[in-house]
Unconditional design. Structure first.
Lengths: 436, 308
């Protein structure tokens, strides 16, 4: 046991000390915050407001458009508590409105005047609402800068709202009725059997997906390192010295645990950094009147998330260790391990069938198979939490498989080590595991 | 020296040990006694089964049949910690600093705490590498790395030290340095198993030898006994003229000529007196005519080339 801990400590300290580790640990949050901040900074750059002239031949629309454009009312169809508002955000579309009355001039003269003002850059765009605008709904829009995609859209929806309002006024609908008519609907996500209590299943799915994704990332990044660690003693020819002192199983487990602690250290630092950003971001959003929803989840689920994340990570990391025990160079090993990682990708697709019928026999079995259990079982837990014995059984099968795979890997390693420079074929590996 | 060792004169005992890899038999029915406090040479040509024998002694592979006793008992974790092993295939962690590396190797032999630090300093000083304590091993020359590897085998003060080709690739100064250390360890009562195919080195430091050839023991015993059993049948000759005499197969079975001297192995039935007489008769001017013990090298070659 003490020797096992020595192996763990060596793996951990040697790796955490490397420049590579320190740089990547610091760099990722830095780069991510850069990616987060730069667009925000760019978008917040103040652009001059768009100067729009309106020729209102109906005589009733201009004030409605003004009101619609400058009131901060959200668009009715976007009124849903879970989706962000789509009102023109500050920085995108600000307008300076101006009403141009035709007076004695003909429409062509007005148009010529406006065109001149466009060319001399006194004006950015103009809209001509013909007298029959309210019935036909067709207006003429001329924009000096056709590349601007946002402002015309904001203008259009403002005119849209104004027209709707005006049509209702024309139809003698009173103010109160108008407000009633536009009252938005809301879909409330609720789970059966919880007495109508609101539960944000969508957010939970996102969380399961997020955990699966972090697991996938951790395996992609650290699987190769586990592989390298197992091969290290073969390449440096230290294995024989070690095996005269440490049992192969203790050595293999020590390596797996040591590297995994490095991975967890890095992930912990990153998640601290990210939750820092997230809290800061939520604070910023809240200060702008957009409170972020933090999903309310029972504590036991957080524990399950942690356990199944660990299971997912370890079950795939052991595959890299197993491959490492058979090959002599890291490149060879990487190719050999890749198909197995595809199973992890496939297990993401199980998301849909399992979430649709979480208590079907299919869902039960995939949540027991170690390679698919981490994603499948988490989906079941957040949709229709299965009985505790199933969760415990899934964890038991999973972690026993980790130990079993490591035990096999240690045996293959021990025999393979005695034959330097030779890569084991699968039948050979099986024979080695038996005979060692 | 521990009580167990005092109780049994034999540090390592192999009793009819065999080991095969598939069709190939690496070691066949091998019995050995390595006596406590002596240097035991495990000699033989490449592929004779030396390394497999050692791997069975240090518990890396298990024998197919037969028994192995260390310090009078079956090998276990505790006994394993009393062994120091320098395999022929050896290396260091390339990016690890020398001191960290030695500390790790001490730890996996259950040597911990403050004494490790003093041991590291002591041994680095002894092999004259104190200045390299905090360097990464990839910065060291091959010879320096070999000395560090040697320390990994002895840092935990083992009662049994097993060295497989310890001097290969070292310059003569460092060979001398390590040889002195090995002899010091022997004087301190340690048992040393020394495997090599370099007979000149073995001849200088081994008390007992065992010669393996084609998976089997050819002979075993003290170096002195072996040489005696071969008799004084070699002659060192320095003379001018008389070359034809040394080439007479009736008198000389084999002749090795050096710069100014020839070593002649007498043919069976011939004796040195006859050879000397023939040389004088042929008119050779003799500077030196000396009866010699056969070198271990000669014995080795004779035994290994004998038809099985």
């Amino acid at each position: 046991m003490k020797k096992f801990l020595s192996v763990v400590r060596r793996e951990y300290i040697q790796r955490v000390r490397t420049k590579m580790f320190i740089v990547s640990t610091v760099l990722l949050p830095a780069v991510m915050s850069l990616f987060g901040l730069v667009p925000a900074i760019i978008l917040s750059i103040e652009t001059p407001p768009m100067r729009v002239a309106v020729v209102d031949q109906t005589g009733r629309m201009y004030s409605q458009i003004r009101q619609s454009l400058f009131s901060d009312l959200p668009e009715p169809e976007a009124q849903n508590s879970n989706t962000p508002r789509t009102t023109p955000r500050r920085g995108f579309s600000r307008f300076i409105m101006e009403e141009v009355t035709a007076g004695n001039q003909s429409l062509d003269q007005v148009r010529t005047n406006l065109d001149q003002r466009l060319q001399s850059r006194q004006l950015d765009a103009y809209v001509i609402l013909p007298p029959d605008f309210l019935s036909h709904g067709k207006a003429e829009f001329v924009n000096r800068n056709p590349g601007d995609l946002f402002s015309p859209r904001a203008l259009q929806s403002a005119i849209n709202r104004a027209t709707r309002e005006q049509r209702l006024i024309d139809a003698n609908v009173d103010t109160k009725t108008r407000q009633e008519l536009f009252k938005p609907v809301e879909l409330q996500a609720a789970t059966a059997g919880t007495g109508g209590q609101e539960r944000e299943t969508g957010n939970r799915f996102a969380l399961v997906f997020g955990i699966g994704f972090v697991m996938y990332l951790a395996i992609l990044m650290y699987g190769q390192i586990v592989l390298g660690a197992v091969i290290e003693e073969k390449e440096t020819r230290i294995a024989e010295i070690l095996f005269s002192s440490v049992r192969p199983f203790a050595l293999m487990m020590g390596k797996l645990v040591g590297v995994s602690l490095v991975a967890l250290t890095q992930l912990a630092i990153w998640s601290l950094a990210f939750s820092g950003f997230a809290l800061y971001g939520a604070g910023v959003l809240a200060s702008q009147g957009m409170p972020a929803n933090i999903p309310s989840i029972p504590l036991s689920h957080y524990i399950y998330f942690g356990l199944f994340f660990l299971l997912g990570y370890f079950i795939y990391a052991t595959i890299y260790a197993l491959v490492g025990s058979m090959v002599t160079t890291a490149q060879e090993g990487g190719q050999l391990a890749m198909p197995i990682i595809l199973i992890l990708v496939v297990s993401f697709y199980l998301f849909w069938p399992v979430s649709r019928s979480p208590d079907s026999p299919f869902s039960f079995w995939v949540s027991m198979i170690p390679f698919t259990a981490p994603v499948a079982m988490l989906v079941r837990i957040v949709t229709q939490t299965p009985p505790f014995w199933q969760i415990a059984l899934s964890l038991l099968i999973g972690f026993s498989s980790v130990l079993l795979i490591m035990w096999v890997a240690a045996r293959i390693y021990r025999v393979g080590m005695l034959m330097y420079g030779k890569r084991a074929s699968i039948p050979e590996a099986i024979r080695w595991a038996r005979q060692a | 020296m521990s009580e167990e060792m005092a109780a049994s004169e034999t540090t390592v005992k192999l009793d009819r040990v065999s080991k095969s890899f598939g069709e190939f038999t690496a070691v066949r029915e091998l019995s050995l006694d390595v006596r406590a406090g002596r240097v035991f040479g495990l000699l033989g040509p490449n592929g004779a089964g030396k390394t497999t024998t050692i791997r069975m002694i240090v518990n890396i592979t298990a024998p197919d049949s037969g028994a192995i006793l260390l310090f009078g008992r079956q090998i276990d974790q505790h006994v394993q910690d009393r062994i120091g092993y320098l395999p022929e295939e050896r290396g260091l962690y390339r990016r690890m600093r020398v001191a960290d590396q030695l500390r790790f190797f001490a730890e996996i032999k259950n040597l911990r705490g403050k004494q490790v630090e003093s041991k590291i300093d002591e041994w680095l000083a002894r092999v004259k590498l104190s200045d390299w304590k905090n360097k990464r091993s990839m910065e060291l020359s091959k010879g320096m790395q070999q000395k560090i590897q040697f320390i990994t085998a002895v840092i935990h003060d083992p009662d049994l030290l097993i060295l497989d080709e310890p001097f290969s690739g070292l310059d003569p100064v460092n060979v001398e340095l390590l040889k002195e250390i090995v002899l010091d360890l022997k004087r301190a009562g340690k048992t040393i198993i020394f495997s090599t195919h370099q007979m000149e080195v073995a001849e200088k430091i081994c008390d007992d030898i065992c010669l393996l050839n084609r998976s089997q023991k050819v002979f075993e015993g003290s170096l002195r006994d072996i040489k005696r059993s071969f008799g004084r049948n070699a002659v060192a000759v320095r003379c001018e003229g008389g070359d034809g005499v040394l080439d007479d197969p009736a008198l000389v079975s084999k002749v090795v000529r050096h710069a100014d001297e020839a070593q002649a192995l007498l043919a069976s039935g011939a004796d040195a007196q006859t050879l000397l007489k023939r040389l004088i008769d042929s008119g050779a001017v003799i500077d030196k005519f000396e009866m010699m013990e056969p070198s271990l090298n000669d014995i080795f070659i004779t035994k290994v080339t004998e038809p099985a």
